[in-house]
Design a binder for this molecule. Structure first.
Ligand code: 13P
Ligand code: SF4
Length: 303
């Protein structure tokens, strides 16, 4: 913390001067999550907060598709990202053209895009979803068959809970697909009291070992409610770091995997963002308007 303190001080001062808010994803490091963020959350919560925000400037501490989602929902606001190269293997796995070809191959089948996609993809689909509302979104369409892209594992998890036939894409999260069911079984054998909770971007053999599966916000909620003695959070490393300070009685067991894209966002870059007002997310207005329909349809979905 001492090394972070001057950055935290100057970021918070400049943020107030500029009338900016900082939205930070649950995978941001603790000095960002606890030190400078105004709002923290999972992808759905961040999208909802962006839509409601009164601030003129949004600094998105997360990956690029999250900043694009804020810009899609708030076209009149300035949306800044501290490192525009913060990508995502899922967002990189599919293009708008791929979606058009999929629609041709499956005429009349509605298309759901995970928010972990570019604006160009969101512009081609019927509705978006996040890991916290994916099942609800799929079932809201009232269709027998749905295309759900690009995460094959999130799609498989949804398919295991619904009668809707799911057609998917072959995308995967490079962070979550590295976990294996074998490694989790080894942890459980070493200590049967351990609780395992996993993100639905994990492969099916990993989810089969989990006591609970949910979005990053739902995983945090589960830890706060269940107060487990020992928990293995099968997700990005910063999650356990962030929750640990609020759950002092819980022992967080490794392994975890780092997301190199999320880790591009660091305090010095956040400060630069506020000093120089860069890097701004700019979207083609026609494409953004098409993408807004699918994101707003999700945000407005009543649960
Ligand atoms: P959540 O929506 O569960 O936060 O997950 C988004 C994600 O994939 C971050 O990498
Ligand atoms: Fe993308 Fe996976 Fe990183 Fe999330 S954790 S931003 S899904 S690569």
């Amino acid at each position: 913390w001492p090394v972070h303190a001057p950055y935290v001080y100057h970021i918070n001062r400049l943020k107030a001067e500029r009338g900016a808010i900082i939205l930070a994803h649950n995978y941001q490091t603790p000095e960002i999550y606890h030190g400078v963020a105004d709002i923290v959350g999972d992808s759905l919560q961040l999208a909802q907060e962006a839509a409601k925000s009164q601030a003129e400037i949004i600094v998105q501490c997360g990956v690029h598709f999250m900043a694009e989602t804020s810009k899609i929902l708030c076209p009149e606001k300035t949306v800044l990202i501290p490192d525009s190269h913060a990508g995502c293997s899922l967002a990189a796995s599919i293009t708008g053209e791929d979606v058009r070809l999929l629609r041709e191959a499956h005429p009349g089948v509605p298309v759901v895009a995970y928010v972990n996609t570019t604006a160009d993809v969101k512009a081609e689909v019927d509705i978006c979803c996040t890991s916290s509302n994916a099942l609800e979104v799929v079932e809201s369409l009232g269709a027998k068959e749905v295309i759900m892209l690009p995460d094959q594992y999130l799609a498989a998890w949804v398919a295991s809970q619904t009668d809707v036939k799911i057609i998917t894409w072959n995308g995967a999260c490079e962070v979550h697909e590295r976990f294996t069911g074998d490694e989790l079984r080894a942890y459980r054998e070493a200590d049967p009291s351990i609780r395992i909770i996993a993100h639905p971007e994990c492969p099916p053999d990993v989810l089969a070992e989990a006591d609970f599966t949910g979005s990053t916000a739902k995983m945090i909620g589960w830890v706060q409610k269940e107060n487990p003695g020992k928990v293995l959070m099968v997700t990005e490393c910063s999650m356990a770091d962030n929750v640990a300070s609020e759950a002092p009685d819980v022992e967080f067991v490794r392994p975890c995997n780092l997301c190199p894209h999320m880790k591009r966002i660091q305090l010095p870059k956040i400060l630069d963002t506020l000093v120089y007002m860069s890097e701004e997310v700019v979207l083609d207005p026609m494409m953004a308007a098409k993408a807004r329909r699918s994101v707003e349809r999700m945000v407005n979905l009543k649960s």
